[in-house]
Design a protein around this ligand. Sequence first.
Ligand SMILES: Nc1ncnc2c1ncn2[C@@H]1O[C@H](COP(=O)(O)OP(=O)(O)OP(=O)(O)O)[C@@H](O)[C@H]1O
Ligand SMILES: [Mg+2]
Length: 263
Amino acid sequence: MLHFNWSTPPTMRTHQVSQRARTRTAVFANSKGGVGKSTLALLTCLGLATRDTLARIELIDIDVQSTSSESLKKFANDRFSVINDDDMFLASGSPNNGNIVNHIDSLPHVKNQNSFLVFDSPAGNEPEKCSFLRKCDVIFVPTSLSDADVSATTRYLLALRRLFQCPPETSLEVPQPAVIILPNMVDSREESNELRRIFSDRPVYFGEPLYFSKLFRKAFRDEFQDNNVKRLLQANQWYIDWITNLIFNSEKLRRPPTGFHQL
Ligand SMILES: Nc1ncnc2c1ncn2[C@@H]1O[C@H](COP(=O)(O)OP(=O)(O)OP(=O)(O)O)[C@@H](O)[C@H]1O
Ligand SMILES: [Mg+2]
């Protein structure tokens, strides 16, 4: 039974719908497990839905573990769908790029209605097997400050750059997905600054930190009247506003930064 109230909390405003409404596509990805991809995908879907109360939102879970789709499907309604479909995978467990791209292309454009696709992807995914990423507007790459996360994230960013490399004569013309590092599970501003220093020699966007909070441990459980989810949204309102703003305005980011860029 759905207890969650989709109405806009008092501090949020319904986002203005552009006359040229289009689908915006955001992916949470990193080859490293446990960095917060599913948690952030969940927060973002709920944030988009509460922020723009007319928008159509689809969560596509391309993780066979189905973490985010399992916990979000109870919120599904006529404008929020949760897709965890065998058609999106190959037998190997890699994404079925052809079917995913067809799905993105087949979404109807409804006048005066924003629409959003949010992908949650599994650990171990290699960009070279995920050509559908080229179709996306934003690729969020969460990482903590742990050595294992930082080195996996560094390799992942390099592999993404290889995937998006275009012939020099076309590189200025073809929009690329914005790749945004999301510092997650950090304890303090100092920790976030340390992560920023680590990545500061790379041409990449660097996002606001999401601090470690025990509330996230309860993000995926069924709780009476979804109080756990309400508390999460309230406690992270500022962050949700920030990340949903980026998605709303993702067109402005579809030029790779020439150097490190703090958002
Ligand atoms: N900011 C945070 N503070 C505290 N715990 C967090 C935070 N973000 C995520 N977590 C916790 O970290 C764990 C891993 O998060 P999550 O499942 O979202 O990662 P993932 O990248 O999707 O993992 P996998 O690759 O296995 O799918 C979960 O227990 C989650 O509750
Ligand atoms: Mg996950």
